[in-house]
Design a protein around this ligand. Sequence first.
Ligand code: GAR
Length: 197
Amino acid sequence: MSLRVAILISGGGSNMVALARDMVGHHPARPCLVVSNVPGAGGLAKAETMGIPTACVDHRAFKGDRAAFEAALQKVLIAHTPGILCLAGFMRILTPDFVAGWEGQMLNIHPSLLPLYKGLNTHARAIEAGDAEAGCTVHEVTAALDDGPILGQARVPIQSDDTPEALAARILPLEHRLYPAVLRRFASGDRTKLKLS
Ligand code: GAR
């Protein structure tokens, strides 16, 4: 039987689409749910078109009560019995309690070469620092933000006239290659680091 994968999104869901498109045929996993904390997130409609069950848990309804938001999210997730959670542009910080419940089962993609540039505005920070390279990282989620064992990275050179937008546009297609490749390996029990270039 296939492993079931829930994908958590907040926005357009291009990484979600890349993951779901790869989970066909001879693949150890299948998508079981796409859930967003943002009503109307573009990725929800894309998931529906792909025939994947969707749900929304609007964090704003919980008025800053993070534990209550996570309890509602957990309830939706449990109802779909995933074995793996993929954060794919999910822009809420999850508490150590929530993360502990999914230890070893939750992946995230981050648009930097971790451990560099955790958090936001990664591309601008890489350019400002004068870095020669930027990229993206898929890692296991642990209690600390954008931390946890690195499962895969892809890198691109930073050009002298790069803008954050141009760099992001070059890295996003790499994200779409890296995340499915890492998930495929992870779902097969392979946690060695994948390097794409
Ligand atoms: C991606 O670039 C992803 O790496 C980033 O948000 C974008 C989501 O795009 N994630 C983070 O910044 C997480 N902190 P998508 O919704 O089109 O997949």
